[in-house]
Design a binder for this molecule. Sequence first.
Ligand code: ZN
Length: 400
Amino acid sequence: MRADLALCGRHYQSGERIRLIVKDGRIASIEHDGAADSATADDEARSQSGVATPEELWIAPGLVDLQVNGYRGYDLNQLALTTQNVRAMVESLWETGVTGLFPTIVTNARAATEALLRTIVEARRDPAIRASIPGIHLEGPYISSEDGPRGAHDKRYVRPPDWEEFLRWQDAAEGLVRLVTLSPEWPGAPDFIRRCANSGVRVAIGHTAASSKQIEAAVDAGATLSTHLGNGAHKMLPRHPNYIWDQLANDSLHASFIADGFHLPDSVIRVILKMKLSTSFLVSDVVALGGMPPGRYKSHIGGNVVLTEAGQLYMAEDPTLLAGSVSTLLQSVCNLANKRILHFSQAWDLASTRPLRYINPGVERGLVEGEPANIVCFHRRETTVVVEHVFIEGKVMLSK
Ligand SMILES: [Zn+2]
């Protein structure tokens, strides 16, 4: 039998040399190449063993980002969005090792949200884009209207959960909305959450000012995730109880978090990982200015913003206010590994297999026989990763 594709390199977790065979878009087999030496993609082992050279290719599952607002100038929430914009944005993200992403539509007027959903669905007529966009994340408009928790969402459009409205959007999205972020502080939230859960849509708590009781009720109704835990919150909170403790302590809630080095102090990330090591994952929450050169820009939500060389985006009139994230998942993985908060392969899992398993519970994902061949091959250079090849369902999307 002829293989469609054969990849040779080191397994990102074990460091073993492998030969990965792809057939019909899926991983057909993974052959281990003789006795493994001890090199792994993790910094510690790499420097000690001295076996893996910088020239060696690493093979890993593609990165999966459940929260993408835009990238390289393309803004998924701007009404002028075209299918070509969606395509160009997805292609730019392939370069960063992303093989799956959830376009994230934020708080907006009913018709605007509907139009954006239709554009994304239309862009998916292209098979490569379809495979790259396995779902849509609706973040808002059913969030907190309070300053702080609301973040940069437009107050004019924040409103209580409305199942009929959601069904209209789900219809426009052809059923592709697979994740909804809301605040359970609205009286109708538990009922809305139950309906979502029953229809197979994952529900996350985020941009919330909810009480302990409301969070508990949301979990009872079927909420399973905290969206970018620790962000989208008041600047000042009562020491306890508060919604961060409540979510951290609740084992039924997975947690997504932003690890760009600016949105959360390292200590908070360490605590999230201690509480939810097996149930947390990374999101980039990247905005349209991600992947753009440093400078001063005009943002359609925040006004004048400054993008620094280091990758921080803040409001020009108040540098203490962040204006969104511009780091990719890949940069967040490197950030966690470089700071030794996680081993490189663990950080990679938090940005690849983990979010996929959250969306498709019970399904084994990653470099596993039978799984779709969504694969990234890369080199490691000092503190960065250089993506060399990207395959989606076994097809070459990027090759240097
Ligand atoms: Zn948010």
